[in-house]
Design a protein around this ligand. Structure first.
Ligand code: FAD
Length: 308
């Protein structure tokens, strides 16, 4: 494999570097350059939405962006890793590790099952999905809920780390500057009695965009014979310009006993936390409102089942 540089029409340039330092050098020369992996977002933008990018850097062959490593703090996932590769890797990890450690991995694998179809999953990347920051991304609510960290590298090779939950700033706007790229994602292990679950409702099960999706996580601890919520994350996709944390509900739940008595108050608070207005983009507002509540109910049932 050789590094490539191709010139196209309208002064378009396409690079295929083979090393991370070459990517960073190109990014310092062309801060507006688009990184390309699966082209499943960029291809749609250029073909159907009249977007025109002068400089494109294909990073499919850069080893530093294609790592998949099991580490003490979790799984380190290079930003160019394809979704199908991630699926296969996580399935192996789930088979090898203690079950309680891999609740997040199981949720990601289950969500990927209904992410696009095989062809897209074979080419589409983890970083492409994150950096596109689509409000309906199936994975971004999960990265936030599981406490994933994103490592970002700048053109001088300095790396900074940010929580997924702080990364999505606005509609398709993320915490990455023109002289930076996403390097990797750190997916943390779960602890015993920490449960993660994924949700997605679409018109069709296969290869469809979600109406609403979500990632939820709860960590329970036993105090005086009762199971108390020590920490909880509830994040919805498809209900706002960015994946939305139900913060008031999370605060309310923290410290409460995990039993069915908390359901009524939780549903009322969720309605306040997720203010889907009558004219919200995407329509079907009543249905989507009821999905946000029923996802939590399903989560409650699933965790309660796993505890027994
Ligand atoms: P690309 O198009 O190659 O790049 C996307 C963007 O991310 C570009 O702006 C690029 O510059 C930027 N980028 C990529 N890597 C980096 C990096 N390391 N640092 C900084 N910026 C970076 N999405 C869902 O969530 N769920 C679905 O079910 C789903 N179904 C789909 C079905 C179809 C038919 C199609 C066409 C798309 C679907 N998508 C879906 C959206 C899309 O496939 C995903 O968002 C995919 O993960 C994008 O990855 P990619 O490698 O193809 O991105």
């Amino acid at each position: 494999v050789m590094p490539l540089k191709l010139n196209g029409f309208n002064e378009t340039r396409w690079f295929r570097p083979l090393k991370l330092n070459q990517v960073l050098h190109l990014k310092s020369c062309y801060p507006d350059a688009k990184l390309i992996i699966g082209n499943s977002e960029v291809g749609v933008e250029t073909k159907f939405k009249n977007a025109h990018y002068k400089v494109m850097i294909s990073v499919t062959h850069v080893p530093e962006l294609n790592t998949l490593k099991v580490e003490e703090d979790g799984i380190h996932i290079g930003s160019a890793v394809r979704l199908a590769q991630l699926q296969n890797f996580l399935k192996r990890v789930i088979a090898e590790r203690d079950l309680p450690e891999t609740s997040s991995c199981q949720a990601i694998v289950s969500q990927l099952k209904w992410f696009a179809g095989t062809q897209i999953r074979n080419v589409a990347s983890v970083g492409g999905n994150i950096c596109t920051a689509s409000p309906i991304s199936d994975l971004n609510p999960l990265w936030m809920a599981v406490g994933a960290k994103f490592q970002i590298i700048d053109v001088n090779s300095s790396v900074r780390t940010t929580l997924a939950k702080d990364f999505f700033l606005g509609y398709r706007k993320v915490d990455i500057k023109p002289d930076e790229i996403l390097l990797s994602v750190i997916l943390p292990w779960t602890r015993p009695f920490e449960f993660v679950k994924e949700f997605k409702q679409a018109h069709r099960r296969e290869d469809d965009i979600a109406l609403v999706n979500a990632g939820m996580r709860v960590y329970l601890r036993e105090t005086e014979g009762k199971w108390i919520i020590s920490d909880v994350s509830i994040v919805y996709g498809g209900v706002a310009a960015v994946p939305l944390s139900a913060s008031t509900t999370e605060n309310f739940l923290t410290g409460k006993k995990w039993n069915s008595e908390l359901l009524d108050d939780t549903f009322n608070l969720l309605k306040e936390d997720i203010p889907l207005s009558e004219n919200a983009p995407g329509g079907m507002v009543e249905f989507r409102r009821s999905l946000t509540l029923s996802f939590f109910f399903k989560f409650f049932l699933s965790v309660t089942h796993d505890m027994n």
